[in-house]
Design a protein. Structure first.
Length: 336
């Protein structure tokens, strides 16, 4: 499944959004704020007064260490300032992303605090920039425990937080190590959180990954999510689901899945075909015809070939089951 080199439109929108509000330096911090305790005034003053030199020499060790000191501060305003600086400095510099890898844990901890929305937004944007085109940071962010708060933000009342959380998950999912972890977490999260990410076309891939590679329980959840989406708006979701190569996984579920998985997979196959005519039940002898029709609309030789192979295997298993059933019946008839 193609992630378009992490250039998903949602990520691009976030990366370019309101640079002035994020990259500008807030020199009017409330140093007496009771929310964060005592502020190291000298450290904060040094960081603010040297902001110009930070901009000019963004990779200098001293500047980076100052920002890292601030992100570890117990004062919330100091951490907010540092998160904005990290986001700004890592926006176009891969070298800075490596240097600021030490900021991952304190940034993730910012997501867990009951802080103002602006603090969560700043931390998400900083983590997003650290993750872009950096495999180690992607893995570190998940290992630091970012997944739970990010998924929770998908259920936020703030459209901005939802957007940033979706962008972060899609970027983190570009890591092969993170895909199954994120996919399975989404499957067991709330319905609102799932649809918050998956309703965007770029999020369907995570569910299809689980459908193909997850545990039996996770695969059952995955096919249920895709079925719910297709039932809610077939015209909107049919093509995105087909594009992600869902047919082989569905075929496998119709044969090897749990009872619920098989039923849901068969229903989804019916919804994915061209005809929209309702069908209360899927008869076993019609599945092959439905899938054959679907295969003809699949783009790409690899996907089509895999689907055809799965269809042949499914038919073979179906025939073997029918033969065993006939043999069992025959054996009962000849018993004295």
């Amino acid at each position: 499944m193609d992630l378009a080199g992490e250039s998903n439109s949602l990520v691009s929108t976030v990366a370019s959004s309101s640079s002035s509000s994020v990259s500008s330096i807030d020199t009017n911090l409330d140093c007496d704020s009771p929310r964060g305790g005592d502020v190291d005034h000298e450290l904060l003053h040094t960081a603010v007064s040297s902001s110009v030199s930070v901009s000019v020499s963004s990779s200098s060790s001293a500047s980076i260490q100052r920002v890292l000191s601030l992100i570890r501060s117990e004062d919330l305003d100091s951490r907010l300032f540092a998160a904005k600086e990290i986001r700004r400095l890592t926006k176009t510099s891969h070298r800075c992303r490596r240097h600021f890898s030490q900021a991952v844990e304190p940034l993730v901890s910012m997501l867990r605090f009951d802080s103002p929305e602006s603090h969560h937004e700043a931390a998400l944007l900083a983590l997003l920039n650290l993750a872009v085109k950096d495999e180690k940071n992607k893995v570190s962010i998940i290992e630091a425990g970012a997944l739970e708060p990010i998924i929770n933000f998908l259920q936020s009342n703030s459209p901005t937080l939802q957007e940033y959380a979706s962008a972060s998950l899609l970027t983190l999912s570009a890591s092969a190590n993170n895909k199954p972890i994120i996919g399975e977490s989404l499957m067991v999260s709330g319905e609102e959180a799932r649809t918050g990410l998956i309703s965007d076309e770029g999020g369907v891939f995570a569910v299809v990954e689980v459908l193909e590679n997850g545990s039996l329980q996770a695969r059952e959840h995955a096919v249920g999510v895709l079925l719910t989406l297709c039932q809610s708006d077939r015209s909107k979701y049919r093509e995105p689901i087909l594009r992600e190569g869902v047919i082989p996984g569905l075929l496998e579920l119709t044969v090897q899945g749990t009872s619920k998985s098989r039923t849901k997979a068969q229903r989804l196959l019916c919804l994915l075909r061209d005809s929209e005519s309702p069908r209360s039940e899927v008869q076993p002898d019609t599945i092959e015809n439905i899938v054959s029709s679907l295969i003809s609309h699949i783009d790409g030789d690899d996907q089509s070939g895999k689907a055809k192979k799965m269809l042949a295997e499914m038919v073979q298993v179906s025939m073997e089951k029918s033969l065993r059933h006939l043999q069992e019946r025959a054996s009962t008839l000849v018993r004295p």
